[in-house]
Design a protein around this ligand. Structure first.
Ligand code: GLV
Ligand code: MG
Length: 336
């Protein structure tokens, strides 16, 4: 199964695609729920009306002695909640853990027909996706699951980054890839102690100015290279790229800035780990109305997507038309 492609595929001549061909799923935030905690599980029905995706997390952040309770809690919440058009995902334990087999066997048997996507952590190469693909095929057949369960990989090891192109193209079940900055930092031996975001010491100094004592320092984006590499792999395979977690819940501006960098570089969404991050993701991953209005003017000025026009002193041509199409398509999806 091939996902409807959310990315604009340039046509030789840029006639707009008919509206009905636009993809329908907007996934601006993948909201993480720890399903072993009854108090948080109780909030899921309300949450499902606020977010694009609810994910029951079974992996990291769930203590080893709560793994079974989390799995059972996930099944319970999946059964008892009407998710409507909201996506239902789970992050299973990693392939080399003692829990993954039971995670899949029990969950697909109990709620396989409600489950949209399985998020697989610590993916190192296409072989991990092939294994999960076959396992899901067996379990779907055994349990009479009627729609294919998709796979979302987390990019969080140096080996995985090396193989990201092959991971993105490993199976028609591939839904997308998320950056996992915390595990990736550890895998690369980066000298950080945080979950995503920047670091005040990762910066460049402005050239020294003999007349001034202080030199300006500019913080750099630790994740620029990886996000760009992941976005290229996903776009060329026709799947979606996501920024993952931002762990400092007390710093909403920094979270927003990290999400925005990912959005501008081509990501479709990010994880929300805390209720405050839902609104941030919604704001960031929905296109700015002023930008949409400008993009519409460009599309209207070049109805067949070719040629060159000047709008507000800026040159527009076939290539900017395609960029504007991405923005306008996203606005339509968000409004749908
Ligand atoms: C997410 O799983 C991460 O490691 O950042
Ligand atoms: Mg991780």
């Amino acid at each position: 199964m091939k996902l409807p492609n959310q990315f604009y595929r340039p046509l030789a001549i840029g006639a707009p695609a008919p509206l009905r061909e636009l993809p329908v799923k907007v996934e601006r935030m993948i909201h993480f729920v720890p399903p072993h905690l009854e108090k948080l599980r109780a909030k899921v029905p309300e949450l499902a009306r606020q977010v694009d995706v609810v994910l029951g997390n079974l992996e990291d952040a769930i203590p080893a002695d709560a793994k079974e309770a989390a799995r059972k809690g996930f099944i319970e919440m999946a059964k008892s909640t009407d998710f409507g058009s909201t996506g239902l995902w789970t992050r299973i334990n990693s392939l080399n853990s003692p829990w993954i087999l039971d995670d899949l066997i029990e969950i697909v048997a109990a709620v396989g027909n409600k489950l949209d996507v399985v998020m697989l952590p610590k993916v190192e190469g296409p072989w991990d996706i092939h294994y999960l693909d076959q396992l899901l095929a067996q379990l779907e057949a055994r349990n009479g699951v009627t729609k294919p369960i998709l796979i979302h990989a987390i990019l969080e090891t140096a080996e995985g980054v090396k193989n990201v192109d092959a991971i993105a193209a490993a199976s028609p079940r591939m839904h997308g890839i998320s950056l996992g900055p915390a595990d990736l930092a550890a895998s690369r031996a980066m000298k950080t102690t945080r979950v995503g975001g920047g670091h005040p010491d990762y910066r460049v100094l402005a050239d020294s100015d003999p007349g001034q004592g202080l030199r300006a320092a500019y913080q750099q984006d630790l994740w620029h290279y990886t996000i760009a590499k992941m976005v290229d792999a996903c776009a060329s395979a026709g799947i979606k790229a996501f920024y993952g977690p931002f762990g400092d819940f007390s710093d909403s501006p920094a979270c927003e800035s990290q999400f925005r960098n990912a959005f501008l570089l081509g990501c479709a969404g990010a994880w929300s780990l805390h209720p405050t991050q839902i609104a941030i993701a919604k704001r960031v991953f929905s296109p700015d109305p002023a930008e949409v209005a400008f993009a519409r003017r460009v599309l209207e000025a070049m109805p067949d997507g070719t040629g060159a026009v000047m709008i507000d002193g800026r040159m527009q041509d076939d290539a900017t038309w395609k960029q504007c199409k991405v923005v306008v398509d996203l606005a339509r999806q968000v409004a749908a």
